[in-house]
Design a protein around this ligand. Structure first.
Ligand SMILES: *Cc1c(COP(=O)(O)O)cnc(C)c1O
Ligand code: SF4
Length: 339
C-alpha cells in the first residue's frame, strides 16, 4: 500500500471535501499519539515497521477514537506496533497466494466467474493487519495501458461475469476514473456485475458523492457494494447514512470484517456491529479469520475462539445478522467456511 501518489489518485486532483480529508490525514505515530493525548512510543523497531507501510489515518476516523485510551479498538487497527517486526512461524508476505493467482499484472482470478482487478495501491487508511501490506503494487498499479490490458483479458474470457474492483481501495480513484472503468467493463457483454470492495466510506463518508451514486446505477451492470467495518463505533459520524444512501439506490451493500484480537473479539462487539449494520441496510457478509501476513500475528484470534464467538452470535441474533466465518486457503476454489 502506498500513500496516494500517481496520476489517477485523488490528492491534488479536485477540491472535493473527501480529497481534503486525504490530504490532511495523520501520517505518523507521533502525531497520532499526540492528538490522542497519549505518550509517544519509544521503540526503534517501529521505524522499520512503518518504512514499507506508513501510518495513514484521516481525521474523521481519528475523531472517533477515545482520547487517552491506548486500547481503543479503532486506534489498535492503525497504530504500528513493534510486534510487526518480529518474525513469526507461519506468517508470510503473501499468505493467500495472490501472486500465483495473477492473470495479468493486476488481475487476479481465484474463483469461478469472478475476477479481481487491482485498480490502485492507494488506500484511505492503513490497517496494520492488512493482508496486502506486502503486495508488490509498484509492479502492478492500475494505470494507463496496464488497465487496458486487464480489460482485454476480461473480454477474452467469457466465463467471467463479475469484476471486483479492489486495491488498495478503488474509491481513492476520482469519480471520472471510476466512471471510465465502469464504461469499459459495461462494453464487455459477458460481464454482468461489478463489485466494489472499499473501506473508503467508512473512513471518509463524504466519499459517497452524488456523482458516485449516479455512476453505481446509471449502467447496465449490477453493482454490489462491499465495505469493511470491524467495530460498531466505525459506523458513527455520518457513515451509517452514507451507506444507507447507497442501499437506497437498490445496490446491495454487504460488510466484511476481520476478526482481530482486542478490536472485535467479543460476542458483544460483534453483535452490536451486526445490528448497527442492519439498521443502515448493510448485510453482514463475511467474518474473516486473519490472513497470516507477516507482521500481523499479534492480531490473530484462535479459530476455536472464533467458533465460540459465532456460536454466541447465533444464540442471540437473527440468522441473517450472523456473518459467515471464513478463511482463505491458497489454491481453494472458494473462501473456506470455518465450523
Ligand atoms: C475473496 C475473493 C473474491 C470474492 O469472493 P466471494 O466469496 O465471491 O466474496 C474473488 N476473487 C478473489 C481473488 C478473492 O480473494
Ligand atoms: S485492509 Fe483494506 S483499507 Fe485497510 S490497508 Fe488493507 S486494503 Fe487498505
Amino acid at each position: 500500500m502506498a500513500i496516494v501518489t500517481g496520476s489517477h489518485s485523488a490528492v491534488g486532483a479536485t477540491a472535493e471535501p473527501w480529497c481534503q480529508q486525504m490530504k490532511t490525514a495523520v501520517r505518523s505515530s507521533e502525531e497520532l499519539l499526540r492528538l490522542l493525548d497519549l505518550p509517544p512510543l519509544c521503540d526503534e523497531r517501529l521505524e522499520s515497521a512503518v518504512a514499507s507501510f506508513p501510518v495513514f489515518v484521516p481525521r474523521n476516523f481519528l475523531a472517533k477514537m477515545k482520547q487517552g485510551d491506548p486500547s481503543d479498538p479503532l486506534l489498535k487497527q492503525v497504530l504500528p506496533s513493534p510486534a510487526e517486526t518480529e518474525p513469526f512461524i507461519g506468517f508470510q508476505a503473501d499468505p493467500v497466494g495472490d501472486t500465483s493467482a495473477q492473470l495479468e499484472p493486476f488481475l487476479l482470478k481465484k474463483y469461478h466467474g469472478r475476477t479481481l482487478l487491482i485498480t490502485t495501491g492507494a488506500c484511505a487508511i492503513h490497517c496494520r493487519y492488512c493482508f496486502r501490506r506486502h503486495y508488490p503494487y509498484h509492479e502492478a498499479t492500475g494505470q494507463g495501458d496496464a488497465l487496458l490490458q486487464a480489460v482485454e483479458r476480461i473480454r477474452e474470457d467469457d466465463s467471467i461475469d463479475e469484476v471486483i474492483l479492489s486495491g488498495g481501495d478503488p474509491l481513492t480513484l476520482v469519480d471520472s476514473r471510476i466512471e471510465e472503468i465502469y464504461q469499459s467493463l459495461a462494453r464487455i457483454s459477458h460481464v454482468r456485475r461489478l463489485r466494489i470492495h472499499t473501506r473508503l466510506p467508512i473512513v471518509i463518508p463524504e466519499r459517497v458523492t452524488h456523482l458516485l451514486r449516479d455512476i453505481l446505477v446509471k449502467t447496465r451492470l449490477k453493482t454490489v457494494f462491499v465495505v469493511h467495518v470491524n467495530h460498531p463505533r466505525e459506523l458513527t459520524g455520518g457513515v451509517g447514512p452514507a451507506l444507507q444512501s447507497i442501499a437506497s439506490l437498490g445496490v446491495p451493500v454487504l460488510n466484511q470484517s476481520v476478526l482481530l484480537s482486542e478490536v472485535n473479539d467479543s460476542i458483544d462487539t460483534l453483535s452490536q456491529l451486526s445490528l448497527k449494520l442492519i439498521d443502515y441496510s448493510v448485510m453482514p457478509y463475511y467474518l474473516h479469520q486473519l490472513d497470516r501476513v507477516q507482521g500481523s500475528h499479534h492480531f490473530e484470534v484462535a479459530r476455536s475462539r472464533g467458533l465460540k464467538l459465532i456460536e454466541g452470535l447465533r444464540k442471540q441474533l437473527p440468522g441473517y445478522a450472523v456473518p459467515r466465518y471464513v478463511c482463505e486457503e491458497p489454491g481453494a476454489a472458494h473462501k473456506t467456511p470455518i465450523g
